[in-house]
Ligand binder design. Structure first.
Ligand SMILES: Cc1cc2nc3c(=O)[nH]c(=O)nc-3n(C[C@H](O)[C@H](O)[C@H](O)COP(=O)(O)O)c2cc1C
Length: 474
């Protein structure tokens, strides 16, 4: 058994056209924003019978590379076979050719340039192998797919035995041990399946070294899928829910009937007395200790107004997407969508009852969700613990994201974008707090499930994605 027994086929996106005295292969080019744009073509001029037959087989039946080459050699001669082999390699390199362990699994390229697929030598398949900790199996559009952020391919499992093989490969296995465990899998098939996993970087390389060993499974998957590169999913502002669902409103419906109006600061006056930006940047630091006298509700109002209020709402008519409603706030946000919401959780604040609130950025007011209770106390306690247990925060700003508002437009990069927005908002709060002589500190961790329970928010609709603590300076 040799590993060149993989059978080859064109990916489903490639069409084969016989035209005049030519054979044209063409496939859509995928771009980041749109699923398909103009096509890319590879043309075979004046194909002889062997080449024609080999290309037809590549489209419609599963033959090995050796068999395809032999077909060309027999009909068109050795020189033509040599040329065909080089052309086939080019088709592989641009990601147009699938490699299969036929009837068990197919590796489909997910990149369009520089696709590397090297069939391992038999001797490389001697010994024991384990599934990579980055490989995973999931259902997608009715198929069982094996993927990994280390791979340029996805493997479609064509048979339930694939899942059985993967399960066995959680422990080191040889092709022989695999074949004794699973009915219908011979040692030769097990070896070919191992070869397919090896060629697609789905097997573990032991011992794992730097830099890979630093990566968590979910971090590398998130990184690879939210950047362009090793995947062919549409990414960016694809507006995938346009015409399917209505975008969520800019402002959330009121969360209670207890409204606390906040004072609007005089921005012109502030512009005259504020410290310069360079000073704010230089003096900014994370402060986790507070004065006995807590900060005032006017200060909370000022920081929310200066950092996070809605300054302007605009309606834009577009040719492609109809009417879009945009809004503008002091901090920047992708697509002027602003999916982040702010929930002040108050421990001690002059002029404001302890409890939890939602900030309404258009009316510049707070809606009280609850008074002081054990859940609110627990949130403050968690923030106290994750800020080094120096002092209990006077105010904890819990930042949530209304996922649907952003995901309506952005695909693949949505969650990454949210975390970027949280960072942007953190720094805006930091600089404003510095200018206001308030103690402030970002937090890196918080319990989204607990916050969902406390507020009654649906975890999938709107969850906490950041926390920021505030208080008066000691
Ligand atoms: C995203 C982010 C997460 C942070 N998480 C925490 C945290 O969980 N607890 C904490 O006490 N400080 C946290 N900090 C504050 C950092 O510890 C602080 O910025 C760093 O020590 C540098 O100090 P400086 O802010 O005073 O310049 C965080 C800062 C950022 C930007």
């Amino acid at each position: 058994m040799t590993t060149s027994l993989f059978t080859l086929s064109l990916t489903s996106e490639v069409t084969l056209i016989h035209k005049d005295d030519k054979i044209i292969l063409q496939a859509p080019i995928r771009t980041a924003l749109k699923k398909t744009t103009p096509t890319r073509q590879v043309t075979f001029e004046h194909p002889q019978s062997g080449l024609t037959s080999a290309l037809n087989h590549l489209q419609s039946s599963q033959k090995t590379r050796d068999k395809l080459r032999a077909l060309v050699a027999t009909n068109d001669g050795d020189a033509a076979a040599e040329k065909f082999d080089a052309q086939l390699q080019q088709l592989i390199n641009i990601g147009w050719v699938c490699h299969s362990v036929f009837l068990l699994a197919t590796a489909i390229p997910i990149v369009e340039t520089d696709y590397h697929f090297e069939s391992p030598e038999i001797k490389q398949l001697e010994g024991k192998f384990t599934l990579s900790r980055f490989a995973y199996l999931h259902q997608h559009q009715g198929q069982a797919i094996i993927e990994s952020p280390l791979s340029q391919s996805k493997i479609v499992a064509l048979d339930w035995r694939c899942a059985a093989l993967l399960a066995q490969l959680s422990q080191p296995q040889t092709s022989r041990s695999l074949s004794t465990e699973i009915p219908g899998i011979t040692e030769a098939v097990a070896q070919e399946f191992l070869a397919l996993l090896m060629a697609t970087h789905m097997l573990s390389s032991q011992p794992e070294t730097t830099p890979l060993m630093y990566w968590d499974f979910h971090d590398l998957l998130f990184h690879s899928r939210s950047r362009m590169g090793r995947h062919n999913h549409p990414s960016g502002g694809t507006m995938r829910f346009l015409g399917k669902t209505e975008p969520l409103p800019i402002v959330k419906p009121a969360m209670s009937d207890k409204v606390i109006k906040l004072v609007r600061p005089d921005l012109e006056y502030l512009a005259q007395i504020d410290i310069p930006l360079t000073k704010a940047l230089e003096f900014r630091q994370s402060i986790r200790e507070y004065n006995q006298q807590p900060m005032r509700v006017q200060q909370l109002g000022k920081i929310l107004y200066c950092c996070a209020r809605i300054k302007k709402i605009e309606t834009m008519e577009t040719e492609d997407f109809g009417t879009l409603h945009l809004n503008y706030r002091p901090y920047p946000s992708g697509g002027a969508i602003y999916e982040l919401e702010i929930y002040p959780v108050v421990n001690r604040c002059q002029g404001l009852e302890a409890g939890s609130y939602h900030y309404q950025p258009l009316e510049h007011c707070l809606y009280q969700i609850s008074g002081w209770n054990s859940d609110v106390e627990e949130l403050i306690e968690e923030a106290y613990k994750s800020s080094g247990e120096q002092d209990r925060p006077q105010i904890l700003l819990v930042i949530t994201a209304r996922f649907g508002r952003l995901f309506w437009k952005y695909e693949s990069i949505g969650y990454a974008l949210i975390l970027k927005h949280v960072g942007v908002l953190y720094q805006t709060f930091y600089l404003m707090a510095t200018g206001m002589h308030l103690a402030s500190c970002a937090l890196g961790i918080g319990d989204s499930d607990r916050f969902a329970q406390i507020t009654g928010l649906d975890y999938y609709e709107e969850s906490s994605v950041g926390e920021f603590i505030l208080g008066s300076v000691r």
